[in-house]
Design a protein around this ligand. Structure first.
Ligand code: SF4
Ligand code: SF4
Length: 406
């Protein structure tokens, strides 16, 4: 009996997969198929659209397939030996590739032939995946929608005015207490310049959240809010505060006049225990929209992401998993002429002292193709070097909010 083995991700099962399995079954008596686990796929910085158990079930029910196994590592030879396979089927894109020439010799030592099949032209999971990823990014991740040939609507964006803060939370997700002087406050004209670049390139924003550090420490906040309102490109403007500062009357008037919302983070620290009720009271009196993020209620969680002491995580699989499981990888942030889909990752290289990789962060200095570069950046989301220095949102690392440094 000839036992054949082939393996693959079999994501978004298509006609090319069926052709491969049909051809393989035609050349053996029993065809065993290894379906690549999600962890192994994510090791390469990719993420299958269809989860492993579903992919396994789909392949198991193809009539040419006699059995399925999980392929959880790159070692096909060990799997073939374990299954007592006589032949291994692979796509011809591997043919004459150095790696497979070496494999052929290694497999031959155990009497296993490698047979190459031509890939079906015009279809691949990668192509379908790119199309889906683009739609996914447009609809959910980057919250973009192209309204016309010119206009791109962004659902939600964070704008940082600088990393100055009057609290020193030990596990500040954005590493703010460690921020060097040069990023503690940005010039108003530079912030506006960055936003103008987006507008010039056809972007509009449904929801913009101004944050710091603590944005109420930013003395040009009233001017910034006036500008945001007058530009007409930001529908809902929100200021996120840690609740320790009561705005002065001039700022309160602006918040009211422009219908700006305050987002108050209630960490239940001694530092804002009294100010938060007073703040809410005055906002309500002035009819200024506000809502509270109650970290102690368990509704909003606080994760230990790690600080300066973090050692680089060299395992690609772990870094990739952190990113894919992270709830903060959709926090599209503009700060200091940079764009990043994670607020922390934007400054982490500077603060934690490592180099960001290509495409981790997009520099938005004025370039002719900026619009395309932004779209490409948002469509090419991947784990970043910063994820190697961050625990992400690990449910095993839930901690009390805002514990203060000594
Ligand atoms: S988490 Fe704490 S230190 Fe970090 S910005 Fe918020 S209030 Fe400031
Ligand atoms: S794991 Fe990566 S995406 Fe998540 S918070 Fe950390 S750096 Fe950002």
């Amino acid at each position: 009996m000839i036992i054949g083995y082939t393996s693959g991700v079999f994501d978004l099962f298509h006609i090319g997969h069926l052709n491969l399995l049909r051809n393989a079954k035609g050349m053996c008596d029993k065809l065993i198929v290894g379906v690549t686990t999600d962890e192994l796929v994510s090791y390469k910085g990719k993420f299958p659209v269809i989860p492993f158990v579903d992919r396994l079930e789909i392949v198991r029910n193809i009539k040419y397939v006699d059995a399925v196994v999980a392929q959880s590592d790159m070692d096909k030879l060990t799997m073939c030996k374990k299954l007592k396979a006589n032949v291994m089927f692979v796509g011809d894109d591997w043919y004459l590739n150095d790696k497979w020439e070496a494999y052929e010799k290694e497999f031959a030592k155990f009497g296993i032939d490698i047979v190459y099949f031509p890939r079906t032209q015009g279809i691949s999971s990668t192509q379908i995946g790119i199309a889906l990823q683009t739609l996914h990014n447009i609809n959910e991740l980057s919250s973009l929608s192209v309204c016309s040939s010119r206009l791109i609507k962004v659902d939600s964006i964070v704008l940082s005015v600088g990393q100055a803060c009057n609290l020193k939370c030990k596990e500040c997700g954005a590493l703010t207490p460690y921020a060097p002087q040069e990023i503690r406050k940005y010039k108003l004209e530079n912030i506006i310049q960055d936003l103008k670049l987006f507008i010039k390139n056809g972007f509009e924003f449904e929801h913009i959240q101004i944050q710091g550090g603590e944005p109420l420490l930013y003395k040009d906040l009233p001017e910034l809010l006036k500008w945001l309102n007058s530009s007409g490109k930001f529908n809902n403007i929100v200021v996120a505060t840690n609740g320790t500062i009561i705005p002065n009357n001039a700022l309160l008037d602006i918040l009211k006049l422009y219908n700006i919302q305050m987002r108050i983070s209630d960490y239940d620290t001694t530092k804002n225990k009294e100010t938060i009720p007073a703040l809410i009271n005055i906002l309500n009196q002035k009819c200024i929209r506000n809502y509270v993020y109650q970290f102690m209620s368990g509704k909003s969680l606080w994760y230990q992401k790690g600080g300066l002491e973090m050692k680089r995580e060299n395992d690609d699989k772990i870094a990739s998993r952190r990113f894919s499981m992270c709830k903060n990888n959709i926090c599209l942030t503009i700060e200091n002429s940079k764009l990043c889909y994670c607020t922390r990752a934007l400054n982490a290289p500077l603060i934690q002292g490592f180099e960001a990789k290509n495409n981790d962060i997009l520099n938005i200095s004025d370039r002719p193709a900026l619009r395309v570069e932004i779209l490409n950046y948002l469509n090419g989301k991947h784990y970043m070097e910063a994820c190697r220095y961050c625990y992400g949102t690990d449910e095993n690392r839930l901690i009390s909010p805002a514990e203060q440094m000594p």
